[in-house]
Design a protein around this ligand. Structure first.
Ligand code: DQQ
Length: 563
């Protein structure tokens, strides 16, 4: 851990003065902006105390001991260990000098840090060892293909007419060609404003042929980073190895959009003979349809866990405070809790993401609140042990008669633009408030809002409102969210993993996910509280909640010096 005291002393002289915005990081080198930029107000500082900053560090999410981390790289399971690599700056809490950090775990929760896996030390990666993926070969060898940043800021991939020299990156895990004699992998790119994915073929991972045409393209989506491409079973709940194709299988294509810094996926069909992927629904194509996460989540990557026959998704969750604060803390970014990914057989139109079962090892004391009646405009405090580290599972039912009798309830609702949890409608919002203080001067509502048009058709929105999450002016405070399918007979359900400055919330069994970074000034340590609320004007809501205190993960250096 960086010596916070020393940093505070160094930085305090200018912290109270007006600040200039931090420099852009990454863009001139050809990748997406790595500095979080507030829309205005960046030069307003807040006098964070040491205790506030220490509270922000997470207790059971993976993060390095100190300094900057970004994308997950080459995750895999090998010889009874999960390996995780990550974009890492060994020198500072801002993006730069990118190397591959490396950690191993038996359970995806407790980790040992290992020495760097790769540092910039060859002509083809001397300016940075950027993102890549792992492929197992039949003889047991593992191949890591990655993007190298060279001295003249040209990527490792070979120029292609119409494509900018910096616009190739982030190879996927390879899959076998139809004859099984060649490997294929995809990379992200763009032509003008059209996001594309190219596919390369290789026999030996030494020489490569680029296949004609694109795996897929979507006009207007800009540069695609960190493309991911994998099969999901429409029949079974198990995950599939990346090379599997055939009946009962759909293929997921994911791109991280450089232009808006979000991860979009779509379900579709891969014709391996034509090497083309076609979305099931062109209206939900990559970059214009579904996102893995409607909060802060980027550069994600899956791997097939042959240990438990599941596909696991990792994603980078960046800071949404200022870069000055990251330097004070001495660290920046966390990884989401790894999530299992399966096809949603109930809707047939989306994936389900769920925290890996192993995180439940950290659950300890629990409290339950059954059938809590919440009248219109009510709020109920919940007594919980340690409100900074929680696993909350909650479900809500709306009073049936009132629901059916309500029409014309704000059919044009949208989480980001409809005024957050303070905006009362007939059928919402209702949900939980986490990381709140006693007086609710700070708090983050995670909630449902049901909108119902004049035609009686209901649509449910799942949102997270950061607008009152912190009294500090220099952190992000947006309202995240999206519509979420709720099938007849289902309750409104949410699971939230609270771990200090990160809250990951999963609605309807993982149909929609929102990850927030939250930096309260009052609602920390013993002052943090959890509430249930119903801010609807027209209906009562009945809530049932179970909340576990979560222990801390053991994340430390590998004990090389012990026998
Ligand atoms: N991060 C890496 C790139 C990738 C970007 C550089 C996405 O390979 O495109 O750190 O965050």
């Amino acid at each position: 851990m960086a010596p916070i005291k020393k940093s505070l002393q160094l930085l305090n002289p200018y912290r109270q003065a007006a600040r200039t915005p931090p420099p852009s990081r990454g863009v001139s080198q050809g990748v997406s902006e790595k500095t979080f930029r507030l829309a205005g107000g960046e030069n307003v500082s807040y006098s964070w105390t040491k205790s506030m900053l220490s509270w922000q560090r997470t207790s059971y999410h993976f993060q390095p001991d100190h300094n900057w981390m970004n994308d997950p790289n080459g995750p895999l399971y090998y010889k009874e260990w999960y390996h995780f690599f990550y974009q890492y700056n060994p020198d500072s809490a801002v993006w730069g000098n990118i190397s591959w950090g490396h950690a191993v775990s038996k359970d995806l929760i407790h980790w040992f840090y290992l020495p760097f896996a790769m540092v910039p030390d060859h002509w083809y990666d001397i300016s940075g060892v950027w993102t890549g993926s792992a492929t197992f070969l039949p003889d047991g060898q593992i191949v890591m293909i990655y993007t190298g940043d060279t001295v003249d800021i040209v990527q490792f991939w070979f120029p292609h007419p119409g494509i900018g020299i910096k616009d190739f990156r982030d190879p996927t895990t390879a899959w076998l060609s139809p004859d099984g004699d060649k490997w294929r992998f995809a990379i992200g790119s763009k032509v003008n404003k059209t996001g594309i994915s190219l596919v390369y073929e290789t026999v030996d991972f030494k020489s490569y042929d680029m296949l004609d045409g694109y795996l897929h393209e979507v006009p207007g989506t800009g540069m695609w980073e960190c493309v991911d491409f994998y099969p999901v079973s429409t029949k079974e709940v198990n995950g599939l190895d990346t090379s599997v194709n055939g009946p009962g299988i759909k293929h997921v294509l994911k791109a991280s959009l450089d232009d808006d810094k979000n991860d979009y996926y779509a379900l579709g069909t891969y014709d391996q003979f034509e090497n083309k992927w076609v979305p099931d629904d062109p209206k939900l194509d990559v970059g214009i349809g579904l996102r893995y996460d409607y909060g802060r989540y980027y550069a994600s990557k899956t791997f097939y866990d042959q240990n438990k026959q599941r596909r696991i998704l990792w994603g980078w969750v960046k800071e949404t405070d200022s870069e000055y604060d990251d330097i004070l803390k001495g660290w920046a970014s966390v990884q989401s809790i790894p999530r299992t990914v399966v096809f949603d057989r109930k809707t047939g139109s989306n994936l389900l993401q769920w925290p890996v079962i192993e995180v439940e090892e950290l659950r300890s004391k629990s409290v339950e609140f059954d059938n809590v009646k919440l009248g219109p405009g009510s709020i109920a405090p919940l007594k919980v042990g340690s409100p900074s580290q929680l696993d909350i599972v909650a479900s809500f039912e709306i009073d049936k008669d009132a629901f059916e009798g309500t029409v014309g309830a704000n059919a044009s609702y949208s989480c980001p633009t409809s005024g957050g949890a303070a905006n009362r409608g007939k059928l919402g919002p209702f949900g939980i408030i986490v990381l709140a203080d006693e007086t609710l001067s700070e708090g983050t509502p995670i909630y449902f809002y049901v909108a119902k048009g004049a035609n009686g058709k209901a649509e449910t929105h799942f949102c997270a409102d950061e607008s009152r999450s912190s009294e500090a002016p220099d952190v992000s405070k947006v309202v995240y969210g999206s519509k979420v399918p709720v099938i007849d007979g289902e309750k409104y359900s949410v699971r939230s993993l609270v771990d200090h400055s990160i809250v990951e919330s999963f609605a309807q069994g993982g149909r929609r996910v929102i990850t927030s970074r939250i930096y309260p000034t009052n609602a920390i340590n013993g002052a943090a509280r959890v509430f249930l609320f119903n801010n609807a004007t027209g209906v009562s809501v009945t809530a049932s909640v179970k909340i576990w205190n979560m222990g801390s993960a053991d994340i430390r250096q590998f004990p090389f010096n012990q026998s």
